[in-house]
Ligand binder design. Structure first.
Ligand SMILES: *[C@@H]1O[C@H](CO)[C@@H](O)[C@H](O)[C@H]1NC(C)=O
Ligand SMILES: *[C@@H]1O[C@H](CO)[C@@H](O)[C@H](O)[C@H]1NC(C)=O
Length: 338
């Protein structure tokens, strides 16, 4: 048995139980991605059941890049990802195309957590993100007799062109922490897995790193070639940050509550953005998109769920590129139409 089965060929239909999953979240992800595969197998005869269960243990039902088999990438950002049972992998199992690590530089190590009291020696940028992402990419880019030259496929088997956005939220001093982040990215950079800008052209790679929090814009802009980008302030792209381009900032973000009011204002009485808010939303999205910059609103209302979903739908319908989500299964279900 492989160490990690997210897509679970060994219990492909009908027969999955929770114990088949190494990752607690993956059952839901699989239900979302596989769209009710279990239902079809009920009532199927014994011989076919055995084939479906792959009881001969044959290799022909697995393949090198099947770690993320069956997972449909979805345009959402796994907010506060490091809080999840298994950071990075939980979001991956639901198809989140974007993930996030808050980093603290302490005595030369980048620790990951929401605040100082949440840090441990074991939870570092390297251990929770760089190494798992590298491992996933190596699984997706095997060298075989069929693919002898190196490939640069992304983490999703179903869409190998899809980049993974890795937001790195710098919590400690900007310049020194950013330098440590760039150095931590070396294993991904060395294998050609990072999106980059060479001074003329942006090339999308398997992973697009976006600095946020205290990430220093000047250091991002000074780096050419550049393999880590800057989370632009979405509300200021037509004023004080109008000089930013998509080569500095492939993505721009803003606090939803700062733009549209706090949860109470938005979710009571209808639970949706009104006409004035929609005008603002459309303007911000247009300013960004005219520059080729993608958009993300964070800190939207999370509850009531009906209001949350209506706002997600409005953001999505108006062209927002990444929905910022805490509830991965809710978001995956939202996209799956359930
Ligand atoms: C950082 O280094 C100082 C000085 O050596 C030490 O007292 C402190 O415990 C260290 N902190 C961590 C988190 O390693
Ligand atoms: C763009 O504007 C920002 C904010 O005013 C400034 O910090 C940055 O240095 C400017 N960049 C360039 C390349 O002019």
């Amino acid at each position: 048995m492989k160490p990690l089965h997210l897509a679970l060929p060994s219990c492909f239909l009908a027969t999955c139980t929770l114990s088949d999953f190494t990752i607690p979240d993956a059952s839901l992800a699989y239900a979302g991605a596989g769209a009710g595969a279990g239902a079809g197998a009920a009532g199927v005869g014994g011989a076919l059941q055995n084939i479906l269960k792959n009881t001969d243990g044959s290799d022909k039902y697995s393949y090198p890049t099947d770690l993320t088999r069956g997972i449909i990438p979805k345009p959402f950002h796994s907010h506060n990802d490091y809080w999840r049972p298994v950071p990075f992998y939980s979001g991956l199992s639901y198809g989140a195309v974007s993930t996030e690590a808050d980093v603290w530089l302490i005595n030369g190590t980048l620790f990951v957590g929401h605040q100082l009291s949440a840090l441990t020696r074991q939870r570092t940028l390297e251990s929770l993100y760089i190494s798992p992402i590298l491992d996933t990419l190596q699984r997706q880019n095997p060298t075989t007799i069929f693919a002898p030259s190196p490939t640069k496929h992304g983490v999703f088997d179903a869409d190998s062109e899809q980049t993974l956005y890795l937001f790195i939220d710098v919590k400690t001093d900007g310049p020194s922490t950013w330098a440590a982040v760039l150095s931590a990215l070396t294993p991904l950079l060395d294998r050609g897995y990072l999106s980059g800008y060479d001074g003329r052209t942006f090339t999308s790679g398997p992973v697009t790193v976006v600095g946020t929090g205290n990430a220093p814009l000047s250091a991002v802009q000074a780096a050419v070639p550049r393999y880590a980008f800057y989370d632009a302030p979405l509300a200021l792209l037509d004023s004080s940050f109008a000089n930013l381009t998509s080569d500095d900032s492939p993505i721009a973000s803003v606090n939803f509550a700062d733009v549209f009011g706090d949860d109470d204002v938005v979710v009571r009485g209808g639970g949706a953005l009104g006409e004035d808010a929609l005008v603002t939303l459309r303007r911000q999205v247009k300013v960004a998109h005219d520059k080729g910059i993608k958009t993300r609103y964070w800190n939207q209302p999370a509850w009531p769920v009906g209001a949350r979903n209506r706002i997600w739908k409005q953001l999505w319908d108006e062209g927002v590129d990444l929905l910022n989500v805490d509830d991965l299964s809710g978001a995956a279900g939202f996209w799956d139409g359930t």
